[in-house]
Design a protein around this ligand. Structure first.
Ligand SMILES: [Fe+2]
Length: 263
């Protein structure tokens, strides 16, 4: 199985600019690139911050941009999203019994679990007991390898200004996954707008740049620092799933460097 990981598209109402670039144009470029080079992908995952301000028209623009994709799209919420407006535009996306945007999907041999870490009005993430109970029930119901998708990381990545808006009160999440770490084969995040890879308690993770604006690598930030943005190239990831192997390629889709044969 092959899927595309796309994140943090930050579309605004009226298809306007944001931080000097146009998020709608960028998303359209990404979609066109995916259609040209990876139309055979089985799925596309969008790990949150679909919109910048959660406006109705912004979600309408997101749907318009995604329409040319030939594969199913599996979105989750980020801190910049609005759950109620999202639901109005993505009626087909399942919810858990408490209205959170949480659902599962077969991804080849893996079970993909999509989580909702949105807390209305906050940029930091929340994963409450209700959401954690749902997650634990999904983990308890399967013996298949699991992929987790969530917007906010639940641990610091070393950029203080971003770490202060990571998932807070991680206890319910950590309690939900306790005992299942060996079954969780990869965790895919958004939120940081940078390519970062590693592992946490033996669970591999990855995140990547957004499609509009990025976060600079400022490892000397503290929690009170401004988030320093940048215009490093946008990207998406191509994920090759072939149990027991997961391979993640990053594609800087706006890069037009010359390609040539190494002879
Ligand atoms: Fe974002």
């Amino acid at each position: 199985m092959k899927f595309i990981h796309l994140t943090d598209t930050h579309i605004v109402a009226g298809a306007g600019d944001l931080y000097g670039t146009n998020p709608k144009t960028r998303l359209q470029q990404a979609v066109a690139h995916i259609c040209a080079h990876h139309a055979d992908a089985d799925a596309l995952v969008l790990t949150g911050d679909l919109t910048h301000l959660g406006q109705e028209d912004a979600y309408r623009q997101v749907c318009e941009c995604l329409a040319p994709l030939p594969m199913p799209v599996y979105p989750i919420l980020g801190n910049h999203d609005c759950r109620s407006v999202f639901i109005a535009h993505f009626k087909q996306v399942p919810r858990d019994g408490h209205g959170f945007i949480q659902y599962t999907q077969d991804f080849g041999d893996y079970l993909a679990i999509f989580l909702d870490t949105n807390k209305p009005g906050a940029h930091w993430g929340e994963f409450c007991e209700l959401r954690a109970q749902w997650l634990r029930a999904q983990l308890a119901a399967t013996d298949r390898p699991v992929l987790l998708f969530m917007h906010h990381p639940f641990f610091p990545v070393g950029i203080g200004s971003m770490d202060t808006i990571a998932l807070r009160d991680t206890a319910p999440f950590l309690s939900a996954i306790a005992g299942y770490q060996n079954q969780i084969k990869h965790i895919f995040f958004g939120h940081i707008h940078r390519p970062i890879f590693g592992s946490i308690n033996g669970m591999p993770f990855s995140t990547l740049r957004g499609t509009n604006h990025q976060v600079a690598l400022t490892l000397d930030d503290d929690a009170t620092a401004d988030i320093i943005a940048s215009h490093e190239p946008p990207q998406y990831a191509v994920v090759l799933l072939d149990e027991p192997q997961i391979v993640i390629h990053l594609e800087d889709f706006s890069d037009h460097n010359l390609r040539f044969a190494l002879t």
